[in-house]
Design a protein around this ligand. Structure first.
Ligand SMILES: [Zn+2]
Length: 339
């Protein structure tokens, strides 16, 4: 039997106007027996219409989306809206507060724990609330990410390839409206696969667009501004608001991603990269070196790209262990690849 969420909120999702508050994530500890952790939440509603759920802070050390959503939460007024906008700028709040990818409460990576557990750990409870309460209400979900501490990303919007062609077409249109320099169609197998928010949303038939906006646990103003404008264009696209003054999206180059384009470290060492995010590379091209720390006179391990395409992301820290992802490479999208 499906279990009911333990997360609750004083915000009434059916009420018109702008409400600011939080989801309340129950916690029972030595110093707070009946306590809760606040997950910031803004609901902007005016009459009937579609619902958009806007998310950042799934990973706590990714900042462009967090700040873009704070700006939108402040600037969008109910009078501009025909429907409902639910904004969660710091969804895994304990991770955001700690400046970490994962939650310090349970080491939970929110985008690896969908569809979650009603009575699970803190991070599992957040995933379960999204899967059972907010995703079913949504006509559109935007989930804003960047590379965090360990990766640096080229600005890129992403969707999963859907078996349902109608939803697929809607998502391809959304990629063009988002207007990132690159777009990527990926099943997420190199990352979270079926444990992610988009995988759960697919089962519910809810379109999701994800974005990678920068990296290195720092703020890139280009990524923040792209996210802010892209979200506004998407809200206009689903008739949630209307603003003829928005700048047109830039042309996007549609690519595909997958584990085949991942380059991993096969040894520990100090990573000296030879390419950067956005670079065009070819299979067999020199990708950098791994210098051994322990064997100073040994030649460094030479790295080569295994596919041709565009570098989507590159490892940010220099210190590297065997198994760390050094690069991912996206390849040009061929429409015939669609199922
Ligand atoms: Zn992320």
């Amino acid at each position: 039997m499906a279990q009911t969420t333990r997360i609750w909120t004083p915000i009434d999702f059916e009420l018109d106007g702008k409400q600011t508050g939080s989801l309340r994530l129950p916690i029972s500890s030595d110093l707070s027996a009946y306590g809760w952790i606040p997950i910031p939440l803004v609901c902007i509603k005016n009459g009937d219409g579609p619902t958009a759920v806007l998310i950042a802070g799934t990973h706590g050390d990714e900042y462009e989306g967090q700040i873009a959503l704070l700006e939108l939460a402040r600037s969008i007024e109910p009078s501009e809206v025909h429907g409902r906008i639910i904004i969660l700028p710091a969804l895994n709040f304990p991770a955001v507060e700690a400046g970490r990818r994962v939650s310090p409460l349970d080491e939970g990576n929110l985008n690896r724990l969908y569809p979650g557990e009603a009575h699970g750990t803190a991070t599992q409870m957040i995933a379960h609330y999204m899967a059972t309460v907010l995703l079913p209400m949504a006509d559109l979900v935007v989930d804003l990410h960047s590379g965090g501490r360990s990766l640096d990303y080229v600005p890129c919007a992403l969707v999963r390839p859907f078996a349902d062609n109608d939803l697929d077409d809607r998502q391809m249109t959304m990629l063009r409206i988002f207007g990132a320099p690159f777009s990527c169609v990926t099943d997420g197998k190199g990352g979270g696969g079926d444990t992610t928010l988009p995988a759960t949303a697919e089962k519910l038939g809810v379109p999701v667009i994800t974005a990678e906006l920068g990296g290195g646990a720092m703020l890139r103003s280009y990524g923040k501004e792209l996210a802010r404008l892209a979200v506004l264009r998407l809200l206009d696209h689903i008739d949630l608001r209307v603003d003829g003054a928005l700048p047109q999206p830039e042309q996007t180059r549609v690519m595909v991603g997958g584990r085949g384009g991942f380059l991993y470290a096969e040894a520990e060492g100090l990573f000296e990269p030879a390419s950067k995010p956005g670079d065009e590379v070819t299979a067999g091209q020199h990708a950098g070196y791994l210098h051994s720390i322990e064997r100073p006179t040994e030649a460094p391990v030479g790295l080569v790209f295994n596919v041709s395409g565009v570098v989507a992301c590159r490892r940010f820290p220099t210190l590297t262990r065997r198994g760390d992802c050094l690069y991912t490479v996206m390849q040009d999208f061929e429409p015939a690849e669609r199922q």
